[in-house]
Write a protein that binds this ligand. Structure first.
Ligand SMILES: *Cc1c(COP(=O)(O)O)cnc(C)c1O
Length: 406
């Protein structure tokens, strides 16, 4: 680990306090021009005594705006203290978790996985248009049938076609012939540029796509492609449970990755993470954004700096080994559940390095699904599957009760 380590609460407090002191100080300095301030002091009283022990809430009251991207070019100097913490989060995740060389990536804390996936598609669409003179109707998104629907939002917003590849009903892996057939169909439709969304754990199954399969099949044709990895769910588990996997920046085919800190990391909502190799963010530069200092190259404009600090705190509270232990606890529970299901001959899908168990609906009555809060694969009509996500609060006690009901 190059950057990831553990800090005590006191060390964290010192670092965050120092970062906040490098941000704009409305009390002691005059700043007339920016349309920002701390939270309304009549509502959020900044001298409340408990704030002194909670650096995150102090940051929240200070309300830093992290508009823009802080890993390249200039940024608004008003919030440079806390922007530095966001930069540290991006570099730590890129290098220590996602296996990128040092200082080789840009990134930012997005509203969520949805924004991060759209940001990726936006970048590659513009890249194909600007460097290859591609037209809209020649560019398409390509992903598996189990891919998150944010890809359909991206297709709709960016005016691109979207092709889905069938997966095997049992193994949830992309069917080779289907991939080949889908690519040929797209090419017959006039597509010359592909934006691939490869899953590092799908939402419903936790299944993982093989980006090299996409690369291999697409390379057989005279087309251009870029691969984005959607690790919104799996990004904080799979690289830990399977560090030598090929969905990370160690694979030259992977150009960018989405993570979601508000899923497995249990950070506040608004902590999607987008990380991309250097030289690509620039394709979405909005030159009309003249009142913002630096490069506005993110889909969101103003965004909360406190969210970045929350991610920073979680990472530095656990450290890499604390996080490894936590993930292994979840995987242990998942394994335990699978053993119980095996004993009862209940059919399910589980990726061996993931904490999702997706059970065939025929084994689950509607009442049990409701009682245990299982999530169906569809809310329209009869479900085929129900999933259990083994999060921190999903303890063996609860799993045992569930299993007894089957
Ligand atoms: C949750 C999820 C998303 C969307 O993330 P939001 O943070 O809800 O916007 C995208 N992809 C995958 C695989 C997900 O699990």
């Amino acid at each position: 680990m190059k950057y990831w380590k553990k800090y005590t609460p006191r060390e964290q407090d010192e670092i965050i306090t120092r970062a906040l002191s490098h941000n704009v100080d409305y009390q002691n300095n005059i700043s007339l021009g920016i349309p920002v301030s701390k939270l309304d002091q009549h509502v959020f009283y900044e001298h409340a005594s408990f704030l002194k022990d909670t650096p995150l809430l102090r940051a929240y009251v200070q309300n830093p705006n992290h508009i823009g991207c802080h890993t390249l070019g200039e940024s608004e100097s008003f919030f440079k203290g806390t922007q530095q913490l966001e930069q540290e989060v991006i570099e730590l995740l890129a290098v220590d978790v996602l296996k990128a060389p040092e200082n080789s990536c840009d990134g930012y804390v997005a509203a969520g996985g949805t924004e991060a996936n759209i940001q990726a598609a936006w970048i590659y669409r513009n890249l194909f248009m600007q460097t290859h003179g591609a037209a809209h109707h020649e560019i398409a998104l390509l992903s598996s049938a189990d891919t998150h629907y944010s890809v359909d939002k991206a297709a709709n917003l960016l005016n691109l076609a979207s092709y889905r590849v069938a997966v095997d009903d049992n193994t949830r892996t992309i069917i080779n012939e289907a991939l080949q057939h889908t690519i040929q169909q797209a090419i017959a439709d006039g597509i010359k540029y592909f934006i691939v969304i490869s899953n590092m754990a799908t939402t419903m199954f936790g299944s993982v796509d093989d980006p090299d399969e996409y690369a291999k099949h697409l390379s057989a044709y005279d087309v251009h492609f870029r691969i984005h990895v959607d690790g919104a769910f799996g990004g904080f588990i799979y690289p830990i449970s399977q560090p030598s996997n090929n969905s990370l920046f160690s694979n030259p085919h992977v150009s960018s990755i989405t993570l979601d800190a508000h899923k497995m990391l249990q950070a506040p909502y608004g902590t999607g993470i987008f990380i991309v190799r250097k030289g690509l963010m620039q394709y979405v530069f909005t030159k009309e954004a003249q009142y913002v200092n630096g490069m506005d190259i993110t889909l969101s404009g103003s965004r909360s700096g406190t969210n970045a600090i929350a991610i920073w705190m979680i990472l530095f509270t656990y450290g890499p080994y604390g996080w490894l232990e936590k993930i292994n606890k979840l995987l242990y529970r998942t394994e335990w559940l699978c053993e119980q299901l095996d004993k009862r001959k209940v059919q399910y899908y589980r990726h061996p390095d993931m904490n999702i168990v997706t059970i065939r609906a025929k084994h689950i009555s509607h009442d049990v699904a409701i009682k245990y809060g299982l999530v169906p694969d569809t809310h329209a009509g009869a479900p085929s599957w129900y999933k259990i996500v083994v999060m921190d609060h999903v303890e063996l006690d609860a799993l045992e009760q569930f299993v007894q009901q089957l």
